[in-house]
Design a protein around this ligand. Structure first.
Ligand SMILES: Cc1cc2nc3c(=O)[nH]c(=O)nc-3n(C[C@H](O)[C@H](O)[C@H](O)COP(=O)(O)O)c2cc1C
Length: 168
């Protein structure tokens, strides 16, 4: 798909089919995450890919909605803070930026493969830690359901270019 068409048609999906996702597509998604750039190439994150089948109740404690557990997978991007590059002058960690880039690679590759996702930040981090049995040095940052959409994406509502861009 043409890149502009891809970013224009990708949208948050909040209704999924339970159809399985082909293993070849999963591999492409993982490769898209692997190829993402990161500060000093540290890749300070771990992606968890969780089968929803039989885990609906525990996953609902993380994000309580029907559509979260409709598709065959939910994914979780976790930060590994001690691996992140920190700017020397002020100690600012770029872990969240790195993880968000990798997550966006996954989201865009998914859309390119006809799969749906929805960025989720309003989840319960403690429930996530428990459900995923996360090691103490990992912090859950983002979740998304992953599967075939059961809806079409809506037209985008966005700020105008003038509101967003300063051309100097
Ligand atoms: C960092 C981030 C966190 C988000 N968290 C949530 C969330 O917790 N729940 C939700 O329904 N949507 C969430 N969204 C989806 C946004 O609402 C959505 O991307 C935005 O309204 C634009 O719509 P679109 O994705 O369809 O283009 C999140 C998006 C981003 C980028």
């Amino acid at each position: 798909m043409d890149f502009f068409e891809l970013i224009n048609q990708r949208g948050s999906i909040r209704d999924y089919k339970s159809d399985p996702v082909e293993p070849e597509k999963l591999e492409l998604l993982f490769e898209a995450v692997r190829l993402a750039p990161s500060a000093v190439n540290r890749q300070p994150y771990k992606l968890y890919v969780v089968s929803t089948k039989g885990r609906e109740d525990v996953l609902r404690k993380i994000y309580n909605s029907d559509w979260f557990v409709q598709p065959p997978y939910v994914v979780c991007m976790c930060l590994i803070n001690e691996q992140a590059w920190k700017r020397q002058v002020d100690g600012c960690s770029y872990a969240m930026v790195d993880a968000a880039i990798a997550f966006d690679h996954l989201v865009l590759m998914a859309a390119n493969l006809g799969l749906g996702t929805c960025w989720l930040a309003a989840f319960d981090p403690d429930a996530a830690r428990e459900a995923l049995q996360l090691p103490a040095n990992q912090t859950p940052l983002l979740f998304s359901p992953l599967g075939y959409p059961n809806e079409v994406t809506r037209p985008k509502r966005r700020k105008t270019i003038d509101e967003l861009v300063v051309l100097m």
